[in-house]
Write a protein that binds this ligand. Sequence first.
Ligand SMILES: C[S@@+](CC[C@H](N)C(=O)[O-])C[C@H]1O[C@@H](n2cnc3c(N)ncnc32)[C@H](O)[C@@H]1O
Length: 206
Amino acid sequence: MKEMWESRYSAEDYAYGIEPNTFFKETLEKYKLEGTILLPAEGEGRNAVFAAKKGLNVLAFDISEEGKKKALKLAAKQNVTINYKVGDFFNLDIVNHKYESVALIFAHFPVSILSKYHKKIGDLIKPNGLVILEGFSKNHLKLSEKNPSLGGPKNIEVLFSKESIQNDFPDFEILLLEESNVNLSEGKFHNGESSVIRFIGRKKEK
Ligand SMILES: C[S@@+](CC[C@H](N)C(=O)[O-])C[C@H]1O[C@@H](n2cnc3c(N)ncnc32)[C@H](O)[C@@H]1O
């Protein structure tokens, strides 16, 4: 899996473009976030750079060294600073701190770690902090089988449903949780009418 991402990100072009994901951008513009935003599986940095330009401290991580290189290059070009770690989430220092918000944008982890990662990520968010998530839904699979330009995982178990997200983030008040069809236009790999889950949750106070 790591090899696939290293190969994809070693190309000159940005696989998902350099513009932020639309839902991420709109959510950041609606909620005036402060402090540090955690960006798991951040790839080539399009969302990290946007968040940094909005004045947030950014801490991103991924398994891809090539992704990190492209992200730092994009940040330098746009005159912002981001912090980006590469490695296994549970072995990174990231898990020893708490954050004001987290955004999971097409962060599709292998099924063996998916819920464990979501639950740990939820634990790292401070009371009243936000989780912002957009990812492909289970219903996306039949669309992507017909149209490979849509992208997205081919294993239904790693795709999301409203129920799976609700189960993985039990400590969050739901501000938005919907499944919808959206027309993606993100670089070379996310193009066309796709089925996504969108979630915004606010961490409950204990
Ligand atoms: C579809 S890309 C999305 C990248 C970015 N979030 C975006 O929207 O542009 C999925 C990303 O998940 C990362 N990834 C896959 N498994 C991972 C893991 N176990 N830990 C961290 N990142 C992972 C890949 O390297 C890849 O960058």
